[in-house]
Design a protein around this ligand. Structure first.
Ligand code: ATP
Ligand code: MG
Ligand code: MG
Ligand code: MG
Length: 465
């Protein structure tokens, strides 16, 4: 089954069961300052769960574009290292707003997987929240699943929250066993973090609203929020283990290989680039441009990271924005907003790539020389800061290079250097304000700006007659 067929099969199944199909909301949440990016299908329904907004349906289904590259759910560091994480992915979901609860949610999910998609039960593994006896009984006694492929887990994995505040509740999850060739133990075991048992679907029983001080207030009506990664399900259905080997990704990976000349399609830099073009493009589509703060800085970090991976593959020319057309070919139909914004996305990416190209090579040279000459395995904060300040290397980009060589970065040292810089800027700006105050303008003198001497932080106001 292709990814497009899977999206449709999922939506059709839930529409058949009286769910209203709702289009994906943008990756930038509307009116929600608590959240950097839309990280799950439930985000556009947050107010409905909280009982603050009524919709004319109480069952919904969607395929939501999600970003997990900041805040509570951040998978940026996993990309390129696991078979299952992306910064951008699509979440298939079904929702009940005070309508059905645990029993139906479990039964819908199990039947979709085992009857619609015909997945063998022996390949599936189920977990529940350790305190949720009700869910356990439904699985073991009513659905009759095997106790051998079942575990009870703690709050870390089986109590889901959108962010530090907002709707949350206990959950039950379904995993797919990719077989003994892959390292990793079953859920709940000490080596569960491997990629053998891959979590495909999370069914959350939305019961509480978490406030900033951690208090849990029961929601007006117990509800259901489920999320299943399209890419993970596609991997299962296409008999591949790694998400990057599915149809949706292969076209992009191949194009990246063609542009960079890399022959090995499993090269992790190609995968990182293929991942990053998706998140960066959608963040731009939904209205954010690269900048030095907030969402714009997350975008800048991801773009620069992708470009550095291109550089690692030997690219000295612009290449990243050239992946947009293949992305639009793959996803433009499901997301018409992407197709519509294609030209703007290309322009924004090209501009950022051009900007970073000016400093990337020199920054990399400095870093390489430093690494060649360093002792120990921690890159000094001062160096990371210089790369940041002079060469535009976000800290995580330097950390990414470090990790490839089994090194780390002194992040506290970086912060210290950054703080010292801010301090200098503060005293410089108060000095210049004073200086300007004292100038007696005679109408002939024109102020043209400040000159900043980095070495001793002296700021001089320059005037011409
Ligand atoms: P994992 O434990 O593998 O990191 P998760 O528990 O963080 O996943 P949930 O928050 O439960 O994931 O999200 C629901 C579903 O969304 C997951 O079961 C998975 O199928 C999918 N998913 C979550 N994070 C990602 C990601 N970074 N890339 C692709 N799919 C993801
Ligand atoms: Mg996760
Ligand atoms: Mg998990
Ligand atoms: Mg989960």
């Amino acid at each position: 089954m292709t990814s497009a067929e899977l999206r449709k099969a999922f939506l059709d199944y839930f529409v058949k069961h009286n769910h209203t199909e709702v289009h994906s909301s943008p990756v930038i949440p509307a009116n929600d300052p608590t959240l950097l990016f839309t990280n799950a299908g439930m985000v556009q329904f947050k107010e409905t769960f909280l009982g603050q907004e009524n919709r004319d349906y109480n069952r919904a289904t969607s395929v939501q574009r999600c970003i997990r590259a900041g805040g509570k759910h951040n998978d940026l560091e996993n990309v390129g290292y696991t078979a299952r994480h992306h910064t951008f992915f699509e979440m298939l979901g079904n929702f009940s707003f005070g309508d059905y609860f645990k029993r139906e949610a479990i039964s819908f999910a199990w039947k979709f997987l085992t009857e619609e998609l015909n997945l063998p039960e022996e390949k599936l593994w189920v977990t529940v929240f350790e305190e949720d006896q009700e869910a356990e009984d439904i699985w073991l006694k009513e659905m009759g699943i095997s106790a051998e492929r079942f575990s009870r887990c703690g709050a870390k994995d089986n109590f889901w929250s959108m962010g530090d505040t907002g709707p949350c509740g206990p959950c039950t999850e379904i995993f797919f066993d990719h077989g003994a060739d892959v390292a990793g133990g079953p859920p709940g075991s000490p080596d569960e973090d491997g990629d053998r048992y891959i979590e495909i679907w999370n069914l959350v029983f939305m019961q509480f609203d978490r406030s900033a001080d951690g208090t849990l207030t029961p929601l007006p009506k117990p509800s259901v929020d489920t999320g299943m990664g399209l890419e993970r399900l596609a991997a299962v259905m296409q008999n591949v283990h790694n998400n990057y080997d599915i149809d949706l990704f292969q076209a992009i990976v191949k194009k990246a290989a063609e542009l960079t000349g890399e022959k090995d399609l499993t090269n992790s830099s190609l995968r990182v680039i293929a991942d990053h073009i998706r998140s960066c493009s959608f963040v731009i589509v939904d209205g954010v441009l690269p900048s030095n703060e907030g969402r714009g800085y997350v975008l800048r970090r991801i773009i620069r990271r992708a470009i550095r991976h291109g550089y690692k593959l030997g690219m000295n020319d612009l290449f990243f924005y050239k992946l947009v057309p293949v992305l639009v070919e793959q996803m433009g139909e499901a997301y018409p907003e992407l197709a519509k914004e294609q030209a703007n996305v290309e322009r924004a990416l090209k501009l950022e790539e051009t900007r970073f190209a000016e400093t990337l090579e020199n920054g990399m040279k400095l870093l390489e020389e430093y690494i060649d000459g360093m002792s120990g395995d921690v890159i000094e904060g001062e160096i990371a800061f210089k790369l940041y300040d002079t060469y535009g290397f976000p800290l995580d980009l330097t950390a990414d290079v470090a990790r490839e060589r089994n090194l780390s970065v002194d992040e506290a040292g970086f912060e210290k250097a950054m703080e010292a810089q801010r301090e200098r800027a503060r005293s410089a700006s108060s000095f210049s304000a004073q200086a300007v105050d004292k100038i007696d303008f005679d109408g002939e003198t024109q102020f043209i700006g400040y000159e900043c001497d980095d070495a001793d932080t002296k700021v001089v106001a320059i005037f011409v007659d």
